[in-house]
Every structure is written in C-alpha cells, then in structure tokens.
Design a protein around this ligand. Structure first.
Ligand SMILES: [Zn+2]
Length: 476
C-alpha cells in the first residue's frame, strides 16, 4: 500500500482577489504535492475559501451584490488563477458549504463540549470589525486600530469560551518533542516563547444577532461558532470529519504539512493543536510557516502603487515561469522582495538563457549527431534535491536545478562536443549522449515546479529532436 500524504494551504478570505502571498502559499503546496506524487505517495491537496466572515458581507455590500453571488464570483476568480498556476488540488473547500463543512465544525464543537472545555462566560472587550477579533488597548494608537484605521467597538456580551489555557503545557511539549514540527526554527522559537508566557482562554462564539453569517452553535441557536472552530476545522471537515462518510478522514488525517503564512502562526501552532488535543484527535505533523512578499522593500499596497498582481505576471510570462520564480527566488522561511524588473531579470537568467537555452543546445546536437533517440532508464536524482524536499526547503531544490543547468553549460563550453564530433565521432557522440542523459535528469527534477516544461523536455529527448521554437523566449 502506498503511503498517504496530506497537504493543505490556508483558506483564503474572498473579500478581494488573491495576491502574490496567496499565490505563493498555494504554489508551494502544489510543488510539494507533485513531488510526493512522483514518489508514488497517495497525495491529497486541499485549498479553499474562508467565507463565514463579516469581511465578505461588507465587501459584497460595497460592490452592491448579494453575498452569495459575490462569493461565487470571487471563488471563481480563485479557481481561474489556480488553474493558470497549474495547481493540482484535490478539493476546494468553502466554509459556507452547509453539507461539506458545517457538520465537521459542529462535531468538533461537540467534542470540545464533551471534554468539558467549552464554558459560557460574560465578556467585555474592544472589538475591531476589520480584525474580526477582540483587540487590546495596547494595540491601539490614539484609540484607533493602526491596521484598519478605525476605532474598535466596546462590546459586552455572553460568549462561549474554549479553555485554551489548560492546553498550554501539552501543546508546548508536543512542539518541544518535535511531534508537531514547526519549520523554520525561528517560528518554532517564536511560538515556544509565546507558550512559555501562557495562553489565555479564548472566545469561541458570538451572539447570533450580532453576526450575519456563520455556523450555529449546536443546541444554542442564539450563538454562532467563531472563526477558530469554523475556519481551522476545514482541514478535517474537508475529509468528512463529522459526516457519515469519513473515509478520507480515516485515510489522510493527520496532515503531513499545513502550509501557512507567518501571520497565522499562532492560530495554527497554539489554538488548532489545543482543539485537536481536546477533541482527542492526532495533531498535524508539520507546519511550514513562510514569510511575506514585499516589493521594492515595502509591503505591497494600492497607495504605494507597488502591487504585483499574480495574474498580470502569468499573462506576460506564463504560469510555469511564475511557479519557478516563486520557488527559486522567494524564501519558504523568510520575507522576500521582488519587483517587476527583478522578475524579468530572473526569468531571462533562469529560463530563457538557462533551462530553455540549455535544452535547445543539447537537443540540437543530439538531433544533428545521434542516429536514434537514446533510451534512458529512470536515472538518479541528486540526493541534495531529495534532501531539500524532505526538509521542505523548496527554494534549495529549485537552486539545485539551476546549479545543474550551469554545470551542463560549463561542460558544453569545456568539451565543445559539436566540434569534437567532427574530429572524433565516437568521443563526441559519447559526450552528447551524457549531456542528453543529464538533461533528462533536469527534466525530471523540473516536474514538480514546471510540469509541462518537464514533459516537453522529456518528449523531445524521446523523439530525438530539438524544440521548434525557444521554450522560453527572451524578454527585452
Ligand atoms: Zn483592526
């Protein structure tokens, strides 16, 4: 039986179209998923939309559309972008889906209740609508939320609370022992420091009359389940947790990797594992926490005019080129920066003058000098490449491809097989054959990053012909 591999992206707020950071999370997940499929793992890739939010209601009313139609439109845009990026997801979950998602969220709630971890308390606090969360005095600047530019509402209400504090030490132990692995180390240390200070119990519901969307609390329609026991549960509700048919859940949970941005680390490394422990469910094995993408050293924003729209890049360079760039030049562990110019330079260097040019040179020599295609056994993949994937260092894996391309370029330069073949036919052909075999390895290593380019290179090798046009035309 093949090994299962379950990988997830965050679910995205459909209050605007996806930006570069979302495209990055999803591409990263897809690259890892495709790699695992090459190992013959039984892979399940989940992505989706976090729809039970006032942000959507507000965005819809600003656009003058009723919420469901608004959601459907944005979700369609997400899916179109994912298609252009060659995202091979197995399921796109929508948390407004009453049949797929809601039973899971309610079943999770019930488990927390059964564990004695849900309590009704009265609560007073400052609520920021933009955050969709209570915030503290300390976070305000002159009484205004600095992130959303609005004053929070003073709210006093009855809520259900989850006894998060009870799980501080258990979660900490799981992380310290590596049972819940947090990558990179800096994020692991950050969450351990937070757990060291202790977690406070957290509000898990909101009064139904104050929120227009959301999942009713089982047995108490006056309350709706707040984001934690709603959005986070998507990772298991998608697999059928809480539904009659939970085959996928039994097969795939616990997740092998949750991919998240650093802004949602706390939810995934503190609240989510505590909920799972309370519900007596296994924890995910790894969290890969990536940084933010900036442009020109600044956060992308409409006001600064430095927003790079993934769909604009795709229409200019193609989805595969964008995937390779994200893998090769955006760190999976730290913040990264790029501009339209640095993207173009990287495209020309890595693809037009790199992989594309190398493939044309080698395949031209093969077509000119080899009588028939060479048959290639599934050849060796460098161990460093495998290691990079094992440690989720996707950037390193992409670098190894570029390094291999550079090495082969140098070898052509040094051996000049196109000249050698005229003076010593046997030797020349042997060098060309070696180059073709190594190009095949490049093609194989490219598979998770650029599935179509990978396929094209392997097909050209099998047909012993050079490409009729450059694989990656140079951009001026
Ligand atoms: Zn705010």
């Amino acid at each position: 039986m093949s090994k299962t591999f379950y990988i997830t992206t965050p679910i995205f707020y459909p209050n605007a179209n996806l930006h570069m950071g979302h495209a990055y999370s999803t591409t990263l997940a897809d690259i890892i998923a495709r790699y695992r499929r090459l190992l013959n793992d039984d892979v399940y890739l989940l992505t989706g939309a976090d729809e039970n939010t006032e942000k959507v209601v507000r965005a819809a009313s600003a656009a003058n559309i009723e919420p469901q139609g608004y959601l459907d439109g944005i979700v369609q845009n997400f899916k179109t972008l994912f298609q252009k990026l060659h995202i091979s997801y197995d399921q796109f979950i929508r948390t407004s889906d009453e049949k797929v998602h809601w039973p899971g969220a309610q079943a999770m709630w019930q488990r927390l209740v059964d564990a004695g971890d849900i309590e009704k308390r009265s609560y007073q606090g400052l609520y920021c609508v933009g955050h969709e969360a209570f915030i503290t005095e300390k976070e305000l600047m002159n009484g205004i939320c600095p992130e959303h530019g609005e004053a929070p509402q003073q709210i006093s209400e009855e809520n259900y609370f989850f006894r998060l504090s009870k799980y501080t030490h258990l979660v900490r132990g799981k992380i310290q022992r590596g049972e819940l692995e947090i990558i990179p180390e800096t994020r692991r240390n950050e969450i351990l420091a937070l757990l060291e200070r202790g977690l406070e119990d957290v509000s898990f519901s909101r009064p139904s009359h104050k929120v227009s969307v959301g999942i009713p609390v089982p047995g108490d329609a006056s309350q709706k389940i707040y984001v934690w026991c709603d959005a986070l549960v998507n990772y298991i509700s998608a697999l059928g947790f809480g539904r009659v048919d939970d085959t996928l859940f039994k097969q795939f949970w616990p997740a092998d990797v949750h991919i998240i941005g650093k802004d949602i680390l706390r939810f995934h490394a503190a609240i989510w594992p505590a909920m799972l422990l309370s519900a007596k469910l296994p924890l995910p094995k790894r969290l890969l926490v990536h940084g933010f993408i900036t442009s020109g050293g600044k956060k992308m924003s409409k006001t600064l005019g430095n927003v790079i729209d993934p769909s604009v890049l795709i229409s200019e360079y193609g989805g595969e080129a964008v995937r390779f760039f994200l893998a090769r030049h955006v760190s999976p562990f730290e913040d990264s920066d790029f501009t339209p110019t640095s993207f173009k330079d990287a495209y020309n260097a890595d693809l037009a003058n790199g992989i594309g040019n190398l493939a044309s040179r080698i395949l031209k020599m093969a077509e000119d000098h080899l009588e028939e295609p060479i048959t290639i056994e599934e050849n060796l993949i460098p161990e460093a490449y495998t290691h990079a994937f094992d440690t989720l260092n996707i950037q390193r894996a992409a670098e190894i491809i570029s390094e291999t391309v550079a090495r082969l370029d140098r070898r052509i330069q040094e051996t000049q097989p196109f000249k050698l073949v005229k003076t010593d036919s046997e030797k020349g052909k042997a060098v060309i054959t070696e180059l073709v075999v190594d190009l095949y390895t490049v093609g194989r290593m490219l598979n998770p990053f650029m599935p179509e380019t990978s396929k094209k290179i392997k097909e050209l090798i099998k047909g012993n012909r050079m490409p009729s046009e450059p694989l990656f035309p140079r951009k001026a």
